[in-house]
Write a protein that binds this ligand. Sequence first.
Ligand SMILES: NC(=O)c1ccc[n+]([C@@H]2O[C@H](COP(=O)([O-])OP(=O)(O)OC[C@H]3O[C@@H](n4cnc5c(N)ncnc54)[C@H](OP(=O)(O)O)[C@@H]3O)[C@@H](O)[C@H]2O)c1
Length: 340
Amino acid sequence: MTNQQIVLKSRPVTHASEDNFALRTVPVPPLGDGDVLRRTIYLSLDPYMRGRMGSAKSYAAGVPLDHVMIGGTVSQVIESTNPAFAPGDFVTGYDGWQECHVSKGHDLRRLDPAVAPISTAIGVLGMPGMTAYVGLFDLGQPKAGETVVVSAASGAVGAIVGQLAKLTGCRVVGIAGAKEKCDYVVQELGFDACVSHYSDTLRDALAATCPEGVDVYFENVGGKVFEAVFGLMNVHGRIPVCGTISEYNDPTPTSGPTLRALLTNRIMIRGFIVGEYAARQADFLRDCAQWIREGTLKYREDVVDGLAQAPSALLRLFDGRNFGKLLVRVSPDPTQATRG
Ligand SMILES: NC(=O)c1ccc[n+]([C@@H]2O[C@H](COP(=O)([O-])OP(=O)(O)OC[C@H]3O[C@@H](n4cnc5c(N)ncnc54)[C@H](OP(=O)(O)O)[C@@H]3O)[C@@H](O)[C@H]2O)c1
């Protein structure tokens, strides 16, 4: 049996490209004692992967050259000598950009397809959903009646942030690119308004949609979007800095707003990494799984077929060509036939 993998071949200097990756085929090793062999069904593609393609100092080391690209996965166990996992089990873990993987399975979590579609384990009920949950509730601490602004509003994290803020009773304004994304977050997800960051008058458009200023800005983008929102922050405003995707391909960061307003308005800006909030996972899964079941929390997936498409698909995140949580379907999802 063989395994197709995508490895990091070279490091981008500015923009990542498909040429930074290479496809290779290797044999699947025989199983030892306690091993679990699983086939990847879904691979998650996320903005943080751009950072892992480089070697700059960050909260996590870059992927070594010629190593399999890192990535969250949903898989099905096909063979196991580990009593904790049986063939047929669905699991989520970090198996990376490859068709299958063998390990002791220490980082695997078993999934129940009856609870939610298995793909959600790397989306709304996985890392991006949990990022929205802890970033908004633990750092943003929104209160009913406050105004919450979120950028990359139609994406995996932003769409959940906005809906959770609505559930809290806030006025919610999104910032997104294309008109269809702005329409989606207002019409389908129930945001109060959404402004396009392509607008030449972003700051004025935001001011018009946030007449009482901004209490929480959930930052996903950075750069000129951050500057536009920052000037509207209220006294004691909070800015959870989740990501700055506009800067990931740019080694020369843009200048930001001056710090004076930070001081005079006593604004709290706090960066965070979702991996440090493992203690909140049970709360997140309990709340968000229930809101999905009730239909109060909606999500959208953007699914690309075939492992070989992963490099080109990843690049879509950095110019807004994804619409929803970006996933690669590496092999057929056996639960889809039964879902109808
Ligand atoms: N701190 C953490 O632990 C953590 C965890 C997960 C994610 N994140 C961060 O959260 C952010 C969103 O991630 P996601 O997975 O939800 O991605 P996503 O929103 O599904 O996709 C990325 C979106 O970013 C927007 N974008 C890309 N380049 C932009 C630019 N130059 N200017 C303005 N917008 C741009 C695009 O939306 P438009 O078409 O609307 O412009 C694009 O669709 C990222 O910054 C990511 O790094 C952080």
